[in-house]
Design a protein around this ligand. Structure first.
Ligand code: ASP
Length: 342
């Protein structure tokens, strides 16, 4: 280390804890499936990684302590508001969110569209509870802080640090129910790697994000919640009952996780066409988990008034559709252009 480096003050990284398995505990160290997520405090979690002290000064906050399967709009709004406030401070250089893996990709994409800063924002998590033999959370947290403290991580959108890999919020998805390398970015691949204190990027994301996003958190905060948007799945024997019930319940948008290239069972497709005709916005995505949905490919989008989600998975398509509807954008061409941009 050079003399100047030795005297350079450490960057300050905010760590916002929301719960998840990274803050999970089991009755014994051999348990990796039977445990409770979201019980360990952020201070206890940070204390398991003394090496953090040589990477950054840590500003820790416990925003929530939940199992991320229970994530919802209210916490998303609170989280985005707090992140924007912290990143607006001159004395915060980067930020890490400790989260559960189950809805990590949805929260990361929500933040990708609502965080208004170019400072590094990194989401991390764990597959094994903190109490487990070979718990992966402490090293993931160390790597996440290493990444958030690195100026090269700025202006790349919201990042996910997991199992030494760096993923982009738009493309990352959970691909295993148990493996410790549980995340992948199908089609696009990782953005880079963080390992042994080093950060290496191999590509940039091209879709609009953060400071380029047209979505304003103020608009959502004024409304208090996101418009109701739900996901339905097409499958053999699909009926129209769920779509009809959602329309009766007053839902504003529906994302269909179609089979293959977004194809939809004829019965469900008719129900969705009827929903669209009654004013509900409908987005066509795929349940496959990789690949893209071609506009007017496996279903006649123009004729039915459907939006194609492209490479966005159904759960992230739900986030984008809800944000668009909250801003009053429900017309087909506008929705399609947002899905083409974000
Ligand atoms: N159910 C947990 C959660 O998402 C799973 C995990 O974090 O790995 O909070």
């Amino acid at each position: 280390m050079s003399v100047e480096a030795a005297h350079r003050p450490l960057p300050t990284v905010a760590v916002l804890a929301t719960g998840g398995t990274i803050a999970g505990e089991a009755a014994d160290a051999a348990s990796t499936a039977d445990y409770k997520a979201g019980v360990v405090s952020v201070d206890r979690l940070l204390a398991t990684v003394p090496a953090l002290g040589s990477i950054a000064r840590i500003h820790a906050e416990q925003v929530a302590n939940i199992d991320s399967k229970d994530m919802g709009d209210a916490l998303w709004i609170t989280l985005a508001r707090r992140i924007n406030a912290l990143l607006a401070q001159d004395d915060i250089d980067g930020l890490v969110i400790a989260h559960g893996t189950d809805t990590l990709e949805e929260t990361a994409y929500w933040l990708q569209l609502t965080v208004a800063s170019t400072k590094p924002v990194v989401v991390t998590a764990a597959m094994r509870p903190l109490s487990a033999l070979s718990a992966d959370g402490p090293l993931n947290l160390l790597n996440a802080v290493t990444l958030a403290a690195n100026p090269h991580a700025a202006a790349r959108g919201v990042l996910v640090a997991f199992a030494n890999q760096i993923h982009g919020a738009r493309d990352v998805t959970k691909v295993s129910t148990y493996a410790i390398d549980a995340f992948a970015s199908p089609e696009s691949g990782v953005l880079g790697w963080v390992q042994d204190g080093r950060v290496e990027f191999q590509r940039r994301v091209t879709r609009a994000h953060t400071v380029e996003s047209v979505f304003k958190l103020d608009v959502i905060e004024t409304q208090g919640a996101l418009p109701a948007v739900q996901v339905v799945v097409s499958h053999a024997g699909a009926s129209r009952a769920i779509v009809d019930a959602l329309v009766d319940a007053g839902v504003r948008g529906i994302v269909v996780a179609g089979t293959g290239n977004g194809s939809i069972h004829a019965t469900l497709q008719q129900a969705l066409a009827d929903a669209r005709a009654s004013g509900v916005a409908v987005v066509r995505s795929s349940r496959v988990g990789s690949g893209h949905v071609m506009r007017n490919g496996a279903a006649p989008d123009d004729a039915l008034g459907l939006v194609s989600a492209g490479t966005l998975n159904p759960y992230k398509a739900r986030v984008l559709l809800a944000l668009a509807l909250a801003h009053g954008w429900s017309e087909l061409a506008m929705l399609q252009s947002l899905f083409d941009q974000y």
